[in-house]
Design a protein around this ligand. Structure first.
Ligand code: ADP
Length: 273
């Protein structure tokens, strides 16, 4: 069948073997300090194409800092963060590690989208404008094409009927679904979700998790920092438990939740489950 003009590009099918195949994102020995405090103390992590990696762990363990390094929203002090084998946000030179320029940074963030805890929509733009802004700015097609693609993404998150509203007219759950559509509109290789439901009233959490579950089923590569243990257990292919700046334990969701190997993991899970 010929591809429809407004069809969403088909992502990788869900991986048959967990945590295998093409590595999209990787952290290796990643270290990061804020002032005197070392927050990431040698983090290793791999994200494969088409998998959902959930990152769980106590507050203050470095989860948000870690996920923000994956698209260079935070720099690192040592180790590597790699997108398809290339350093993210820096390069190695004879004089040491150097940050890359804005253009390369922007390209990286086109490939690796981000959804924030606080939605971060543009308050003075409509829902549709929020989704079309970046693709239009980057010249990703004609205005008509960009609008049509934006509407496809908004339909996907159930927000097309609200295209002309402003963020303040929407619930938090609706705003977060728009933020997801905005990330999808860049056709990214992976999307990072930093506690996407933490700012929501409890009754709005499920509508966002539902959208994320559908994206997971379609094979979108996702990294999700979350306190939603049910989501981590039921939707994630791979779960990473962080504590005090390191990955203490990781594995397939069924194993990490069903048979945690480390005392720290067991203690955390017994508190939150
Ligand atoms: P988590 O997401 O697991 O709760 P974070 O990555 O948010 O952990 O934070 C880890 C630690 O780093 C915390 O102690 C936090 O206070 C500290 N931290 C995070 N961001 C900054 C910053 N910009 N400046 C100083 N300290 C920070």
């Amino acid at each position: 069948l010929a591809q429809q003009a407004d069809e969403v590009p088909v992502p990788a099918a869900r991986a048959a073997t967990p945590h295998a195949g093409e590595v999209v994102l990787e952290a290796a020995g990643e270290r990061k300090s804020f002032g005197e405090t070392e927050v990431l103390k040698g983090v290793d992590l791999k994200v494969h194409r088409g998998e959902v990696v959930a990152v769980i762990g106590p507050s203050g363990s470095g989860k948000t800092t870690m996920i923000r390094t994956l698209n260079a929203m935070e720099s690192i002090d040592a180790g590597e963060v790699l997108y398809r084998g290339r350093p993210v946000g820096y390069r190695h030179t004879a004089g040491g590690r150097r940050p890359v320029g804005d253009r390369e940074l922007a390209r990286t963030r086109e490939n690796i989208g981000m959804v924030f805890q606080q939605f971060n929509l543009f308050p003075h733009k409509t829902v549709l404008e929020n989704v079309t802004f970046a693709p239009a700015h980057l010249g990703k097609g004609s205005a008509a094409e960009i609008k049509e693609r934006a509407l496809v993404q908004l339909r996907k998150v159930g927000m097309a009927a609200h295209a002309d509203k402003y963020p303040h007219q929407l619930s938090g759950g609706q705003q977060q679904r728009v933020a997801i559509a905005r990330a999808l509109a860049m056709n990214p290789d992976a999307i990072l979700f930093d506690e996407p439901t933490s700012a929501l009233d409890p009754e709005l959490v499920d509508e966002v998790l539902q959208v994320m579950t559908e994206l997971a089923a379609e094979g979108l590569t996702m990294v999700v920092v979350t306190h939603e243990m049910r989501f981590a257990r039921e939707v994630a292919d791979w779960v990473v438990f962080m504590d005090q700046g390191v990955v203490v334990e990781e594995g397939p969701a069924a194993e990490l939740f069903g048979n945690p190997q480390h005392e720290r993991t067991r203690r955390f899970l017994s508190r939150v489950m």
